[in-house]
Design a binder for this molecule. Structure first.
Ligand SMILES: Cc1cc2nc3c(=O)[nH]c(=O)nc-3n(C[C@H](O)[C@H](O)[C@H](O)COP(=O)(O)O)c2cc1C
Length: 307
């Protein structure tokens, strides 16, 4: 059977639903040495802020059981340098890019979006309100209902591109936060970002990471992410697309997210230990559809809800 893996969201046609997650794929250029990045449905760029950021002091990465903790702190060159020095290379890659946006203030978020508004290959924004590794901004917006709604409303006023809000798993009621985003005008939600966690070095008798806590990612978080995507879909159905992230390293993991309600998935930490995993996942999803007799990918989105 000829399987159609394409997915059209916000009127934009994506080749397929397998994307790569912000911060785990740089700006897409390193991977070009390994495979043709244009085979991916989309690349979500490393988080961009208005001014360059150095990130946190090392150590800022540590391995854990079935995952890793990171406390990078959103190191990036700033939007201006990105546009001058990195973006020209992206123009040659035949897939869509999504800019992951972060800043410490509402004005900062607005300015980054404005700076990217005319950039052709960036088709949407993913607003990071969920980074657990920075003192200002980030999770503060994602955890305060009023600040979150206000931020989304402000960003929507300065852009014509779709705004996806990346939710924090570190909130109690994910349905409530998903609903707040949609009411404030979000065009989609993505979840989950990393889970606030800690590892202690027993020899040194202190936390491994310089800022003590970090964000847990990798296979360890898959069941939590799937639960949250499922709950978000219970709340929103297909009102807006839900993008599933968290613990995806095989086609089976991606399918769990999709059946829970994800209209596309992002592969994160797996890129570090198996750079070809997004392509293997794509192939696996295609084989699954074939085996189960579905002609299009969208037929199985949310299927675990029994509809
Ligand atoms: C080293 C590292 C850097 C990250 N940087 C960002 C970032 O800049 N912006 C963002 O929204 N998420 C960032 N994330 C979170 C990932 O995009 C993703 O939401 C999370 O890792 C869960 O997916 P995974 O389990 O597949 O890695 C980062 C994650 C890691 C491991």
């Amino acid at each position: 059977m000829d399987i159609d893996l394409s997915v059209t969201l916000w009127g934009i046609k994506f080749k397929n639903p397998v994307w790569v997650a912000s911060g785990t794929f740089g700006y897409g250029l390193e991977a070009l040495e390994i495979y043709d990045v244009s085979e991916l449905g989309a690349v979500v760029l490393k988080g961009l802020s208005l001014k360059p950021r150095e990130g946190n002091e090392p150590p800022r990465i540590v391995e854990t059981y079935c995952g890793m903790l990171n406390a990078i702190g959103l190191q990036n060159p700033g939007v201006e340098k990105f546009l001058k020095e990195i973006y020209p290379y992206l123009e040659k890659i035949d897939t869509h890019f999504i800019a992951n946006v972060f800043d410490e203030s509402e004005e900062g978020y607005e300015e980054v979006v404005k700076a990217l508004e005319e950039v052709k290959k960036i088709v949407a924004y993913e607003i990071n309100v969920s980074c657990p590794n920075v003192k200002k901004g980030g999770m503060i917006f994602g955890h305060d209902e009023r600040l979150l709604a206000n931020l989304i409303e402000r960003i929507k006023k300065v852009t014509n591109k779709p705004v996806i809000v990346k939710l924090s798993p570190n909130v109690g009621d994910i349905k409530r936060f998903a609903r707040i985003c949609v009411e404030a005008g979000a065009d989609g939600i993505s979840l989950i970002n990393t889970i606030l966690a800690m590892k202690i070095n027993i020899d040194k008798m202190k936390p491994e990471l310089s800022i003590k806590t970090g964000g847990l990612s990798g296979p360890a978080i898959l069941p939590i992410a799937v639960r949250m995507v499922y709950q978000a879909y219970e709340e929103l159905g297909r009102e807006v697309p839900i993008i599933g992230i968290g613990g995806i390293s095989t086609d089976k993991d991606a399918l769990e997210h999709i059946l829970a309600g994800a209209s596309a998935v992002q592969v994160g930490t797996a890129n570090f230990y198996d750079p070809l995993s997004p392509l293997k996942i794509l192939e696996g999803v295609k084989n699954f559809l074939n085996k189960k007799g579905f002609a299009t990918f969208t037929d199985i989105v949310g299927k675990a809800h029994g509809v």
